[in-house]
Design a protein around this ligand. Structure first.
Ligand code: SF4
Length: 339
């Protein structure tokens, strides 16, 4: 058995892995679950062979049956619009390949590095800015972490390691624990941050063992979830995130602003309030990274800023995320201002 197959076998032995294994993998399957027909999408669907549909059943259960405009459905269904080419939408919108300092490591901001701990995800989001990322060249399996860890150890300016992917929580807990312990052995690293969408789509991933991993070293840990719509959150999230917060993990959320999904002040305000009810603070509201295939989700900067102003007018400051854009080559995210 290959090591990938062995890894999958171990993951599938865990509760969240079993849920993941039952994910839907075709548009036909998904539409049948939702009582929809291909003809409900007059502009057609894409076969999306390079980046196929993949969506876990708990996320499907939160979609409305019979609604082709459901905001959760639109995040995962490959539409024919993905195949159109638009100027300004590229394969690598953030020029990450120029900051990919070695396999599995991206170093673009002062003091922080992104460690691509896993190449797979629990869901294929149609707006993903890494949908064309060369994961095959960046697959760093357990046992191959040393060059990345050596890079971090040799640069004392790096005080924070961000586990990213793919989705870093696709790592089985045993491997994640080993990686976190090895990072904690580097004296100048003070903080660990984990960015993940997996627990949003499969709340069972928020295990007690994950809490132990994130609180079991001297590192100050934060978990940044990627929730885009209030209907993505469930009572199980509230319960399990509550335990993580009690244990001392900082819980944040970042949202991508997506046309047809969350492009109304009403939805964004409801999202911020619901995040707080689920122990998460709104951190970033990102405008779309202009990746090829995602142009149908794009909003203009002035539309984005208009929504942000309505949030400012109606929410307490701590529930208003920072409205930002990521620009290739800039040393930080760029706040959007009035136009
Ligand atoms: S979970 Fe994140 S990295 Fe994975 S497809 Fe979705 S947006 Fe991309």
């Amino acid at each position: 058995m290959s090591s990938v197959a062995q890894t999958e076998k171990v993951i599938f032995q865990q509760e969240w892995g079993q849920v993941l294994a039952q994910s839907l993998r075709s548009s036909q399957q998904l539409l049948a679950e939702l009582d929809l027909q291909v003809t409900d999408f007059p502009e057609g669907l894409s076969e999306a062979l390079q980046f196929p549909l993949f969506v876990p059943r708990p996320f499907v259960k939160r979609m409305r049956k019979g609604d082709p405009c459901d905001p959760l459905l639109l995040q995962v269904l490959p539409l024919a619009a993905e195949e159109q080419l638009h100027s300004g939408f590229t394969l690598d919108p953030l020029a990450e390949q120029s900051t990919n300092v070695q396999a599995g490591l991206i170093h673009k901001y002062h003091g922080r590095v992104l460690l691509l701990a896993a190449s797979g995800c629990a869901i294929n989001c149609r707006y993903c800015f890494r949908r064309h990322f060369p994961y095959s060249e960046n697959r760093v399996a357990r046992g191959q972490w040393q060059p990345a860890l050596t890079y971090i150890a040799q640069d004392p300016s790096i005080t924070e390691v961000i586990l990213s992917g793919g989705d870093p929580l696709m790592l089985q807990d045993e491997h994640l624990a080993e990686l976190v312990e090895r990072i904690a052995q580097i004296p100048h690293v003070q903080r660990l941050r984990v960015h993940s969408r997996l627990p949003v789509v499969i709340a069972e991933r928020l295990t007690d063992q994950l809490t132990h991993i994130l609180t079991g070293t001297r590192l100050r840990s934060s978990l940044v979830l990627h929730v885009n719509h209030p209907r993505e959150l469930t009572p199980m999230h509230a319960e399990r995130l509550g335990k993580l917060r009690q244990a001392g993990v900082t819980l944040l959320n970042q949202t991508v602003l997506l046309k047809g999904v969350n492009d109304s002040a009403e939805v964004l305000i409801e999202l911020s309030e619901k995040l707080f009810d689920h122990h998460l603070l709104p951190y970033y509201l990102h405008v779309l990274d202009r990746v090829q295939g995602a142009q149908h989700f794009d909003l203009s900067s002035s539309e984005a800023y208009g929504l942000y102003q309505q949030m400012l007018a109606q929410l307490p400051g701590y529930l208003v995320p920072k409205l930002v854009r990521e620009e290739a080559g800039q040393p930080h995210k760029t706040p959007l201002h009035a136009f």
